[in-house]
Write a protein that binds this ligand. Structure first.
Ligand code: GDP
Length: 317
């Protein structure tokens, strides 16, 4: 850990974002890191309020994540799911017993009137997460996907239909009326802001719901600190998940350059993999090894992204 050099705001989805968030959390003092989590994937299932990206971040940052599955908690047991299945209930969304407890307690607190951000902060504290994980909003935003047979809910697409439907369009229901979390907007206006990092997350379903919230694009455009993204596409492929497939289906080039074309206007620098060197023009590019397999990979990439931000520097004249 180093002495404070200013606040870093990281925009994150689930798995890809959480890898870099972990690297950042091991590189920065906890008070210098604010991780803003996408909540467009949130949904209600079996009467429970489920926040997949928040939970992936929480489990990853606390060391409780299931490394083998790539989602959920380590040392998980499945009695609940097996019983739901045996009773003929809905078992397509796998909820382990330990994970289930998080959703039950979150649901109880939300119904009692707590905000999602308050519940998340308390869970993080209790699970030993030092950095702050902040939902992008406490209001309801729900990503939907236009498939060939019409609009479907995000988890129907992502988990139930395993990303098989061809994506024609996406919508973030409720985003116009949602209030961007005030602490997020305040952080972007902080004189002490060192950098904004767009984690290597799916542009369409993780990053763009955050960018679509009221005031976020304007606050990013106005903020004095550099905005640096890490490409979630390496050599034309997603490391995991439907990012490249979605890009192709939406008529975009499935490449690091394709991602930059999507929100490059907001960026002051772009970190991409060695394999993609030379493929992006028009903004300062930092080429490195971006596949995070080990903890050391996560920490190295975090340092490189922070150095890139410091090199690009303050945008204020
Ligand atoms: P989700 O919400 O669980 O789908 O997770 P994210 O949106 O945060 O991350 C999905 C994206 O992370 C995919 O596009 C992956 O290609 C990307 N990703 C996953 N692991 C890595 C990695 O080690 N390096 C890079 N550069 N991208 C990664």
């Amino acid at each position: 850990m180093t002495a404070s050099e200013g606040l870093v705001v990281a925009l994150s989805g689930g798995v890809g974002g959480a890898k870099l968030a972990l690297g950042l959390s091991r590189t920065l003092p906890p008070e210098d890191l604010l991780i803003v989590a996408n909540t467009g994937d949130d949904f209600e299932h079996l009467d429970l309020s489920i926040s997949p990206d928040i939970d992936t971040l929480m489990y990853t940052l606390s060391g409780l994540a299931n490394q083998e599955l790539g989602w959920g908690r380590a040392d998980e047991t499945w009695s609940f799911m097996e019983t739901v299945d045996a009773l003929g209930g809905e078992s397509w969304f796998r909820l382990g017993d330990r994970d289930l407890a998080v959703h039950v307690e979150r649901t109880r607190r939300l119904r009692a009137g707590d905000t999602l951000s308050a519940v998340t902060a308390d869970f993080c504290r209790r699970l030993g997460v030092a950095a702050r994980v902040l939902p992008m909003t406490d209001d309801r935003v729900r990503t939907r996907v236009l498939a060939e047979d019409g609009w479907i809910e995000f988890q129907e697409y992502f988990v139930h239909r395993q990303c098989r439907p061809v994506v024609r369009d996406l919508a973030f229901d409720g985003v116009e009326a949602a209030r961007t979390h005030p602490d997020f907007l305040a952080a972007l206006a902080e004189p002490n802001l060192r950098a904004v990092i767009v984690c290597p997350s799916n542009p369409f379903i993780s990053v763009e719901p955050i960018l679509a919230l009221p005031g976020v694009r304007a606050a990013l455009a106005a903020c004095a600190a550099p905005i640096i993204a890490v490409s979630p596409i390496i050599g034309g492929r997603a490391v995991k998940g439907p990012t490249a497939k979605m890009m192709t289906e939406l008529g975009l080039d499935p490449s690091a350059a394709g991602v930059a074309a999507r929100y490059g206007d907001l960026l002051d620098g772009y970190v991409l993999d060695e394999i993609d060197a030379g493929s992006v023009a028009g903004l300062p590019v930092f080429v490195t090894h971006t596949l995070m397999k080990t903890l050391a990979d996560r920490e190295n990439l975090a340092r490189i992204v922070l150095n890139a931000a410091d090199k690009v520097g303050c945008k204020r004249p």
